[in-house]
Every structure is written in structure tokens, then in C-alpha cells.
Design a protein around this ligand. Sequence first.
Ligand code: FES
Ligand code: FE2
Length: 438
Amino acid sequence: MGAGPDPAARIGRVFAPGLALRASEIRIVNARENQLLTRTGPDTPMGQLLRRYWIPALFSSQLPEPDCAPVRVKLMGEELVAIRATDGSVGVLQERCPHRRASLYFGRNEEQGLRCVYHGWKFAVDGTCLETPGEPNENFKTKIRLGSYPAHEQGGIVWTYMGPSELQPEKPQLEWSLVPESHRFVSKRIQESNWFQALEGGYDYIHVGMLHRGSMTENMTAAMPKFKFTAPVLQEIIETDYGLLFGRRQEPEPGQAYWTLSQLVMPFHKVLPRQAADQTRGAHAWVPIDDQHCMLWSIDYHAERPLRDDEVEDAHNGEGIHAATIPGTDRAVLNKDNDYGIDRAVQKRGDSFTGIPGFGTQDSAIQESQGTICDRTEEHLCSSDKQIIALRRYFLKLLKAGDAGVTPPGLEAWSHCVKTENVTVAADLSLREVAARQ
Ligand code: FES
Ligand SMILES: [Fe+2]
């Protein structure tokens, strides 16, 4: 990891002019733009952009020991298997055997390679073909290769890089992936929607006071400011060297501004703000499985201390940003087949605005309800959708820049370690000044 510029220089240097949105730009995405934002296969512009980054693929614990069973992983429409070889190294390989396309998920993971159980061809973690029994020509195997991607274990997660090998960036350095295991809780679950609408949901600030009304846990509210959030909200978005910084400003008292800050670390990582130093921080990653599903990774962590038992228990039980999953699967217990456990009596009483239990489940329920791939041509946006519009504009701009050969942001590891606190400051400070102080 390079050292990067010193923080003060970084603020001055990297903060490009903000994405100033005018009312006239609050417009509907057209069908072509909707395709660009949502399609992630290898031949799509977004798929190629996302493939420039290291991607969380599975938990290291899903490959608990050398030569354990292969694990199926699907990323951006590509069907893969992950294995841990005899020497402990991890490989992420195409699932289909290059002989006659049998699934290597059923393969035997043995002696430093994965052997297809159909006719016994064997492959190393880097995709090298080691044996082709049944083929007397010894040279034949040198002409065969199984598609494979580099893997890297960090933060209890196997990351993989699916882009061009000559463009492989530095290893990811998100803060949550660097803290000791005891300081972190990570969950993942499948969301049955396109990744981009899940990402948008993560930056849709206005829904919090509606969708999640009545569902904040004690840990979430403990350090919230005690004023009412009725003041008008000013939204500012700034481009940075890692992605975007979102600021929302309210004036609880004359002369005072309360800033809520969150960040997009490219390409799909959200770093949530916290209210107070002893609180845990939160983070998400929305990783496309295919264009109809994404893997929602959710993280609670604290850089300086282990998580308390009650924090781990809450997260484990699906509280806060997490949601409980059916044991042995990534499918949420509360899912669209059971209407996410909605209780109409609770909804009617108003104890919970939705009647759906759990912050995280409420988000998934509503984002899945927008349609598997939301048809943005049918939307009617309003001024509170400014962050959503900024996200779309930002990604469309990056896709265009990619066409022109411009290197996307957030590839340098030093740029990943960002974090923010929500703060009350003097009303005349701009988002740039608030960010510079942090
Ligand atoms: S299909 Fe795999 S060895 Fe034949
Ligand atoms: Fe939410």
C-alpha cells in the first residue's frame, strides 16, 4: 500500500468541484442509461468498470481447511467455484470444466488441485491443467486452461480480481477489513434485486425517517442528537479520489449545523457515519451476483476495541443493518416468499411504520419490491432524490470516462481508508470544511 498524500494536501487536491444539481437536472433515466447502470456481465461497460476492483467473494471460513469441499460463487453473472488447495492457498475458478462443461463444484479437491469427477481432468488453483486422464498425448494438457481469477484473503473474506491482469490494482484497504477479527462482525445475504437499486437504497437518506420509523435499536439511537429532525435538509455531494462524499446538513439551532456524512468507496462500498466515538461503525458492500441478485455484505466494526457481547448478539440476531439468514445459506429468513414477516396489526398500530421487523429486512423488502431490475424510465423523482441522481450521474460519467480510457477512482489502496463522524458545527462551514476537519 502506498503512503498517499498527507491528509491536508489530500483534501485540497482531490476534492473536485461538487456535483451541483439543478432542479432542471432532476430527470428520469432513459432506457439506455438504465441498462448501462444495471448490466454487469463481462461484455458490459459497468461489468468492465466493476472488474477493475477487488471484489468480496465469500467468507474465508467457507473454505475452513485445505482440500475442503469447493464452494459455488456467482459474481456478475459468472459461475465460479472457490477452493482451498492442499497448501492452504485459495483459488477462484470457472465452474465449468473445459472438457465437456461438467460442474467442478462436484469435483474432488485433492493434492493441490481440483479434479473433475466426470473424466478426471485436474486443475491447479491458477487454472493450469495438471492431468487429462484418458488422453495418451502428454502434451495435450498444456493446451488446456481453466479460467481462474486471483484471490486474496483479508478481513475474513476471500476477495477476487476479475479484470485484466495487467491492470490489477493494489489490495483493498477498507478499514473494516484491517481490524482484528474480534473488532468486526460481518454478515452477507442475497438480495433479490439488481445491485444498483440496492446501492441507491443505501444512499436514499429521506427514507430513513419513514421506512425505518419505530425500528431503531437502542444501540443505534443511544448517541443520536436530541433535536427533532424537522429542519429542512441541505444535501451536498463532493467527488473524491475514492468515490463520493455525501453530506446532509440541518440547522437544529440558529447558527448551528448538524452534518450527517456518508461515503461511497468505489465501486460499491458504503462507509456509514457514526454519532459518537464509542459507537461501532457500519459499512456495506453491494456485490452483483448477476443482474437480478446482489450479495449484500454488512459490517459492524470498531477500530480501537473488540465488539461487546451485546453488539455481536444483536448483529448475529439480524438487528441493525443485518438480517438473519437460513442456516447454511445466504437466503434471509424473512424474504419475499413470506412477505418479509410483515405484521399488518403492528403496521396499523404504528409501532413500526412498515410492520416488517428489522432495519435491514425493511430495506431489502422495499428495494426488491421496486422490481428485480427497477424500471427507472417510469419514475418521478423529486428534489429529495438528489443523492440518487448524483449516484447515477457519477456512474454514468465514469462509464463514459472508461470509454475514453480514463483510470477510474479508488484503485489506490491508500484512498480506501476513509471514515466520518456526524458532527454539529458552526452553520457557516461548508461540507468541504467539515470534511477537511475530519
Ligand atoms: S467434463 Fe470434466 S473431465 Fe470431462
Ligand atoms: Fe434503510
